[in-house]
Design a protein around this ligand. Structure first.
Ligand code: FES
Length: 94
């Protein structure tokens, strides 16, 4: 299976995600400081505004699912993604 590319704006971070892992899992595997707490689609910490791309959720989907937003802890990419999250930064040292 082909990996997809996730871009996080405005930081401009990019990383690859396999179709078999959630976007959050991929971000953490790449050392990206993506906020999360519940990992169950409840707390909204990991929610990003989706600028482009498509995702799918394993059932049950987040109750308050909105196509503008992506619950990264539950979402599996089905294409390249461009997501926006104001609190995800590049290198913390900068
Ligand atoms: S970590 Fe809570 S909604 Fe994703």
């Amino acid at each position: 299976m082909t990996d997809f590319t996730v871009t996080i704006l405005p930081a401009g971070i990019t990383f690859s995600v396999s179709p078999t892992e959630t976007v959050l899992s991929a971000a953490l595997r790449h050392g990206i400081d993506m906020p999360y707490r519940c990992q169950q689609g409840v707390c909204s910490s990991c929610v990003c505004r989706r600028q482009s791309g498509t995702v799918q959720y394993q059932a049950p989907e987040p109750e308050h699912r909105n196509h503008q937003f992506t619950y990264c802890c539950l979402a599996f990419a089905t294409s390249d993604l461009v997501l926006q999250h104001p609190f995800i930064r590049g290198d913390a040292a900068n």
